[in-house]
Ligand binder design. Sequence first.
Ligand SMILES: [Zn+2]
Length: 172
Amino acid sequence: MMPVIGSTGLAVGDIGPAPPLQQATGNIAIGASFGAPKARPQTPPRIAVPAWVVAIDAGHGGQDPGAISLSGMYEKRITLATARALREELKALGRYRVLLTRDRDVFIRLRDRIAIARAAGADLFISLHADKVENPAVRGLSVYTLSEGASDAEAAALADAENKADLLGVFA
Ligand SMILES: [Zn+2]
């Protein structure tokens, strides 16, 4: 009788007994037998990482056009087009779940925009605007983060104007 190595009939740990190894006889190597499972390369277990949820808020909309350019372009149209483009860029990365607070020309109050993002469990809220300023020499873009107070008079004026736009929905 051939001795069997490693087969005790007792469970080992939580995974049960290892398949029996057989002693070599002739040209048969240890562990080689018909029907034996092939050894698989060890790969680390995949750990599911939850995707970040990004809420993109296209500023203004509906009866609130936002700023109007000298050529007559409405801020609400620029923000919506930018929000849609940003959504596609982020989705293409495959690492984010993306939602828009609005995907059409509709007025949404500020508090409702926040509620939409919170209901979706957003990790990041990005509100897009296409500001205008009185100084024609100013170019570029601006980034504002949540703060209790404005950093300067221009930021205060902008925040005041944006918050007043929210009142348009009260009388709509
Ligand atoms: Zn705006």
